[in-house]
Design a protein around this ligand. Sequence first.
Ligand SMILES: CC(=O)SCCNC(=O)CCNC(=O)[C@H](O)C(C)(C)COP(=O)(O)OP(=O)(O)OC[C@H]1O[C@@H](n2cnc3c(N)ncnc32)[C@H](O)[C@@H]1OP(=O)(O)O
Length: 524
Amino acid sequence: MTTSRAGETATRVPDRSADRTAGRIAELAGRRAKAVASGGPGRRGEFGARERIERLMDAGSFTETGLFVRARAAGDGARRPYGDGVVTGHGTVDGRTVCVFAQDSTVFGGSMGEAFGEKAVALMDLALRIGCPVVGLNDGGGARIQEGVASLALYAELVRRNVRASGVIPQISVVLGPCAGGAAYSPAITDFTVMVDGASHMFVTGPDVIEAVTGERTSAEDLGGARTSNAVNGNAHFLAADEQDAFDTVRELLSYLPANNLERPPEYAPGPVPDGAWLDEVVPDRLGQAYDMHDVLRAVVDDGELLEVQELFAPNIICALARVEGRSVGVVANQPLHAAGVLDIDASEKAARFVRFCDAFGVPLLTFADVPGYLSGVRQEQAGIIRRGAKLLYAYAEATVPKVTVVVRKAYGGGYAVMGSKHLGADISLAWPTARIAVMGAEGAVGVLHRRELAAAADPEALRARLVAAYESTHGTPYLAAERGYVDDVIAPRETRAHVCRALRTLRGKRAPMPERRHGNIPL
Ligand SMILES: CC(=O)SCCNC(=O)CCNC(=O)[C@H](O)C(C)(C)COP(=O)(O)OP(=O)(O)OC[C@H]1O[C@@H](n2cnc3c(N)ncnc32)[C@H](O)[C@@H]1OP(=O)(O)O
């Protein structure tokens, strides 16, 4: 039954022939159903590409782009499924716009053909134009072999977009299956990579190729599984228990981040502030005794919540996103529980990248120092601790976001300078009375300064004990640094949150223009 413009009612059977309106609308429905069907459940029983997106985004918010894109005809009988193996589009996460692509492992193994690549590139361009984060769900065989150089070209185009977007919009990669060869380099350039325990693999060449080339035998899991990538080589930043956990991690991560480098992260109302009185008892009386820096951090940030980045890699330094008075901060802290919180190559590189991320996206830096210095040793020197450790110095010195530092205990040698010191541009530096800001610890200093006296002493141990005590009372305190204004205040540990809140509030309007240049030359 239809109503004509004139108002008379008539019964009409729609003419569904292909060249009539009703026929064309019916054809659309058929084509759409066929296109959507190409993204069914995953091959290994995991979620399909579209279901993954639905689970990541706010319910019902996803709008697909390029649903009808197909490979250009490549001769009779060529397989040209709609979508070409990747689902792209935009939607919202917690009400904020996010662009997303999901490789569909049921189509050519999720490998990237020309049309696939063009869709991914177009999505990146869209995200850059509107200034929103991009999340890539990776599960594919890399370059599509039968499409040859066209596929390789699109990989390079995609990486070029990743680089253009770096520091402009947050880029997050989720690896849900294989991610090999050239395909692994796009996630490597993005800001964060999430992998699923037991399901994800990242490597340049797989176990079979390695065995053929070098004779080494290994498994995909040992080579580039989620645990290897999180704990051993640091390629990944988050280890998820399963796919849903990976999506939840991405949603949580996004809650700390701005949509782009010109916006501020969203703000949240914090819960009630706990009494931090017990912080006065955190630092043990014995200098060599460890404590868990997490306890300190949880007493300072809102609701005691930390989203730790690269938690399993270089645990001697903690990098975490958190909030103070509802606003995002990037926390960097030495962890005395692991290797006494020493700065080695891995810790320096981990923290340097995190500091640069925070700086790029306007997230203030909150540093907690308890560091015996850079790690000494032949292996570290030969592996390049000078060049690679310098990255952290560079990152802190380069960062123009508000920088607040709390020296908790040791701040020795280069460790003092690098861990957010005023000399590298900290805006506000605080120290606990337990801080020891010196060139080195008492034992080492006494050994160097009093070698001859100790050798000649009738009771060298008694003399050593006296000299160590004398050194501790002068150099093993925060007060020499405070006298010079290198720390702004020495505070009771229980008052740390109050001081940090005030400092970050004060620094909210900070401006620190850098000299014009094409870009700096960080040691790589
Ligand atoms: C720049 C670069 O990216 S270089 C890297 C090039 N890519 C590679 O070397 C990876 C090649 N592929 C593989 O090693 C494996 O297919 C894996 C590890 C990705 C997946 O292994 P499995 O889960 O066992 O899946 P399987 O090997 O059966 O592949 C599934 C389907 O995807 C296809 N496929 C997988 N990778 C590709 C590819 N790169 N190009 C075209 N088709 C591919 C397979 O031919 C197979 O198709 P079929 O179902 O029609 O037979």
